[in-house]
Design a protein around this ligand. Structure first.
Ligand code: ADP
Ligand code: 3PG
Ligand code: MG
Length: 406
């Protein structure tokens, strides 16, 4: 069993420096933070440690820079954290290693919080450099990991530095994620419905492979659905197809024919568009086609009949589990958002009726918010995208594997 901060008890942290990996990789546009779910999810762990008398040093990445770049500074995140927990002082250190950081940390009092600058301003973070790991580890006495969403990365802050501590424990957010997602991976409460959409089959195939035998129903939508339809022998027009996965999908369709539901109708356009075209989308007019998609046409959302079928399936899930990853269509464009909105609302209804509902994926969370469904209408919203799918696929999770077990 994973050791978590509460297993060690309050006294362990009194007057101690704690180095905690968090994932404050939030959406940021011109210095303004969008969705801050990942920041809010770390509050229980932050408060637990602060109340225990710790000096808390937080470290995170933001985006994928490889050198210092002010567009990816975590400074706005330090400000947002101060706003969320105004009774605690949040300092910001302009680097994550070096003498200035050490000075800032030496001045910390019990109950203080310091957020270090973006770890990825040093390329040594992603290469899991031993010297960089050592420098990070030298900042504190205890290591805590409260990010599930980076646990699939073997980086200095998630792995190399963690290894150098005698005490390395999971935060409450990681504990919650691991408990919920292990339930789905090992033994989902039945009936189990898996709703999957989005674009890249490559990212989803591992989770699908692992969960198909356990699922009672798998509802497939989004751009990923066209490769399934093609494997079934349907015409998909000019919709995107991932040829590499056709053989695997063909086998899965014949083995699990009765479980897998594919779209029955589609909203299509005779040309290609993308999410960035949303400003000029008011003039768009899509056609509804049933079954085969004609040559030249591209599918952008599931149609009304599919929506009806999928929401009926979700409502049939009584007291079981429903996991959803991936929008049903190009939801960023209003015209193609209905399929996704319908799933989000059906999920909320299933939650109120007693099913355990879980969602994963950055875009899925965003689409759920757009549908007007709040986090409180879902049993568990995973902070992870890639990490959640890897965990469900049964892949290695270095950031969790390195933590203490009892
Ligand atoms: P998540 O981040 O939740 O894991 P993905 O990244 O897999 O989800 O997929 C989200 C993206 O998939 C969204 O940007 C959405 O517009 C896109 N998408 C879904 N269906 C389609 C489609 N039929 N055509 C084009 N894009 C689609
Ligand atoms: C995520 O957004 O999925 C995590 O923060 C990991 O980010 P990364 O894919 O850039 O490592
Ligand atoms: Mg995504």
């Amino acid at each position: 069993m994973l050791q978590t901060i509460s297993d060690l008890g309050y006294l362990k942290y009194y007057d101690k420096k704690i180095l905690m990996r968090v994932d404050f990789n939030v959406s940021l546009s011109n210095g303004v933070i969008g969705e801050d779910y990942r920041i809010r999810m770390t509050i229980p762990t932050i408060e637990y440690l602060i109340k225990s008398g710790a000096k808390l040093i937080l470290m995170s990445h933001l985006g994928r820079p490889t050198h210092p770049d002010s567009n990816y500074s975590l400074k706005p995140v330090a400000k947002r954290l101060s706003e969320i927990i105004p009774i605690h002082k949040v300092r910001f250190a302009t680097d994550c290693v070096g003498s200035d950081v050490r000075k800032t940390i030496d001045e910390m009092q019990m109950g203080d919080i310091t957020l270090l600058e973006n770890l990825r301003f040093h390329k040594e973070e992603e290469t899991n450099d031993p010297e960089f790991s050592k420098q990070l580890a030298s900042l504190a006495e205890i290591y805590v990991n409260d990010t599930f969403s980076t646990a699939h990365r073997r980086h200095a802050s998630t792995y190399g530095a963690a290894k150098l501590f005698d005490i390395r424990v999971a935060g409450l957010n990681v504990k919650r994620e691991v408990e919920y997602l292990s339930m789905i991976r090992e033994n989902p409460v039945k009936p189990f419905t898996f709703v999957i959409g989005g674009v890249k089959i490559k990212d989803k195939i591992g989770a699908l492979e692992n969960l198909l035998p356990k699922a009672d129903k798998v509802l497939i939508g989004g751009a990923a659905a066209y490769t399934f339809l093609k494997a079934k022998g349907m015409k998909t027009g000019n919709s995107p197809i991932d040829n590499e996965y056709l053989p695997w999908i063909t086998k899965a369709l014949s083995r699990y024919r009765e479980k897998i539901l594919l779209p029955l109708d589609h909203l299509v356009l005779p040309y290609s568009i993308s999410a960035v075209d949303s400003s000029s989308s008011s003039s768009l007019s899509a056609s509804l086609v049933k079954a085969d998609i004609p040559e030249g046409m591209i599918g952008y959302d599931i149609g009304a009949e599919t929506m009806q079928q999928y929401s009926t399936e979700i409502s049939r899930n009584k007291d079981g589990t429903i996991f959803w990853n991936g929008p049903m269509g190009l939801f960023e464009i209003g015209l193609f958002a209905n399929g996704t909105i319908n799933i989000a609302k059906s999920m909320a209804l299933a939650f109120w009726r007693g099913s355990k509902t879980l969602i994963g994926g950055g875009d899925t969370l965003e689409s759920m918010k757009r549908a007007g469904v709040s986090e409180r209408e879902v049993s568990h919203v995973s902070t992870g995208g890639g990490a959640t799918l890897r965990f469900l696929a049964g892949d290695e999770m270095p950031g969790i594997d390195i933590l203490d077990k009892d």
